[in-house]
Design a protein around this ligand. Structure first.
Ligand code: 5AD
Ligand code: SF4
Length: 478
């Protein structure tokens, strides 16, 4: 009999990708994925440790699931609870101590061993349940947070579950940069690139199953240096090769580091039409002093030069970034430099956060911590500026015709939702069967977080396939 599996994913897109792979690998044990947590046999929380708030959310969710487990136990039914991802990696055994009803804890490097771990947890849970007269909720206590020598990617199941119009493809994991504030090098480990042949094979499989857009993922994706016949390939070379896959209409990548933007990558932005003109290139701060304290290994001028090179190659490139306010030692003057840089670049979209001390990272240990109220003030000021830039960018899209990859139907009847080249969500009316297709949409209104418009053609039967290689479409978005 099939069992129901619910995975709740926190944090970055890498976790979204990992959750999908976990789903794939548990099919062999009879687990079917469901989208709501009601009446399920197993819950996996795929967690994020990047900021304190993200970690807190996990423990409060665990409290809720515990009550669910108690209710099921009262009916004699088990509920297996697993904690995966970066909180699992960072806290390991501590989770089982704090939340003894958890059955399984496993880190991001061990999910290829998941079927084996789940089987072990299932077995132990049954034994404990029996020992408690069938009503116990004590967890199985299986913990695996190794950094194994073998690559988890070697064990990916051939089949990928539901394929979608836009899919993630993980090509790189971990980070060797050790920014002062960041837990990633500790939770995801040393930098690792998947071999080129493996990436290409997975990309071809995805495209064959209907995926039109791939987002290449990595914590430091442009540090990619995948093994290939005749030597290592960088990201630019990989993108060129991916662009040869027939039916792959769009390529994106995230997250990148300014120091790893090499000439080959810049050239890919110039030469590969499938590479979308939108780039998330985090800078974190505009102050040279803070950038140095953050161990970012570049200054503001170097970041701006990278952007100039990219814009020269692809003049319509839109940019996004991450910012941290209140890093230890950040003064008013430093913060003003961040605002200045934001004004100089002009972002289409950006994420900004208050600095959150992470145990074990260098910045957490200094006594130069910035007052919480000051952080809040700075965040508000920065977000006002970024929101205004985003709104202006969206408003400037009005009147343009954008090729939109339709991802799903919208909440309103007859409405479709997709993404334009610059990652903006675009809503427009049209029939369901356009999901997965690229449709030209004339943008009629630009809002804070989305655009709305009308498909250029009213003749659905002849909806043109607007691929990026279509010269007509090149003109349309120009
Ligand atoms: N505090 C606040 N923000 C952080 N980020 C990473 N670590 C921290 C931290 N300790 C942000 C950075 C990074 C993004 C994914 O999260 O801006 O680019
Ligand atoms: Fe973290 Fe990115 Fe810095 Fe690596 S480059 S330490 S992932 S912020």
């Amino acid at each position: 009999m099939s069992k129901k599996l619910f995975i709740k994913t926190y944090g970055c897109q890498m976790n979204v990708y990992d959750s999908e792979r976990m789903t794939d690998s548990l099919v062999s044990l009879g687990y079917d994925p469901v989208t709501t947590p009601d009446d399920v046999d197993m819950v996996i929380l795929n967690t994020c440790h990047i900021r304190e708030k993200a970690t807190e959310k996990v423990f409060s969710e665990l409290g809720r699931i515990r009550r669910e487990k108690e209710a099921r136990a009262a009916e004699g039914k088990p509920l297996l609870i697993a904690v995966a991802g970066c909180v699992a990696q960072a806290e390991g055994e501590e989770i089982v101590r704090r939340a003894p009803f958890v059955d399984l804890v496993f880190g991001p490097q061990t999910y290829h061993r998941l079927p084996e771990l789940v089987r072990e947890a299932e077995q132990k849970a049954v034994e404990r349940q029996a020992a408690s007269g069938g009503r116990g909720t004590r967890g199985a206590g299986v913990v695996d947070t190794d950094f194994p020598v073998e690559s988890k990617f070697d064990f990916l199941p051939e089949e990928r579950h539901a394929s979608s119009a836009a899919a993630f493809l993980s090509i790189q994991e971990g980070c060797d940069k050790f920014c002062s504030f960041c837990v990633v090098p500790y939770t995801r480990g040393a930098e690792f690139s998947r071999p080129v042949a493996q990436v290409l094979a997975e990309a071809r499989r995805l495209v064959a199953s209907g995926t039109a857009e791939l987002t290449l993922l990595g914590q430091n994706v442009n540090a990619y240096h995948g093994e290939a016949a005749g030597g290592e390939w960088g990201l630019g070379r990989l993108i060129r090769e991916l662009a040869e896959i027939d039916g792959l209409e769009r390529i994106r990548y995230t997250t990148s580091h300014p120091n790893d933007v090499d000439e080959e990558l810049v050239a890919a932005h110039r030469d590969v039409p499938q590479l979308m003109p939108y780039l998330h290139l985090p800078v974190q701060s505009g102050s040279d002093r803070v950038l140095q304290a953050m161990n970012r290994k570049h200054d503001a001028a170097a970041y701006l030069r990278v952007i100039d090179r990219l814009r020269e190659a692809r003049p319509d490139l839109a940019l996004s970034s991450d910012f941290i306010v209140g890093h230890p030692g950040e003064s008013d003057e430093d913060f003003a430099a961040t605002l200045k840089l934001v004004t100089q670049v002009g972002y289409a979209q950006a994420y900004s956060f208050k600095y959150s001390p992470r145990p074990g990272t260098p910045a957490a240990g200094t006594d130069l911590q910035v007052d919480e109220a000051v952080k809040s003030d700075r965040l508000e000021t920065l977000q006002q500026l970024l929101n205004a830039q985003q709104l202006a960018f969206n408003a400037a899209s009005v009147g343009a015709v954008q090729p939109v990859l339709v991802e799903r139907t919208g909440q309103k009847d007859g409405q479709l939702v997709g993404r334009g080249p610059y990652m903006q969500a675009v809503h427009f009316p049209g029939p369901d069967r356009l999901v997965g297709k690229i449709v030209d949409v004339r943008i009629e209104s630009g809002h804070a977080n989305s655009l709305a418009g009308m498909a250029v053609t009213g003749e659905w039967d002849g909806v043109p396939d607007r691929t990026s290689r279509n010269p007509e479409h090149e003109r349309a978005i120009a």
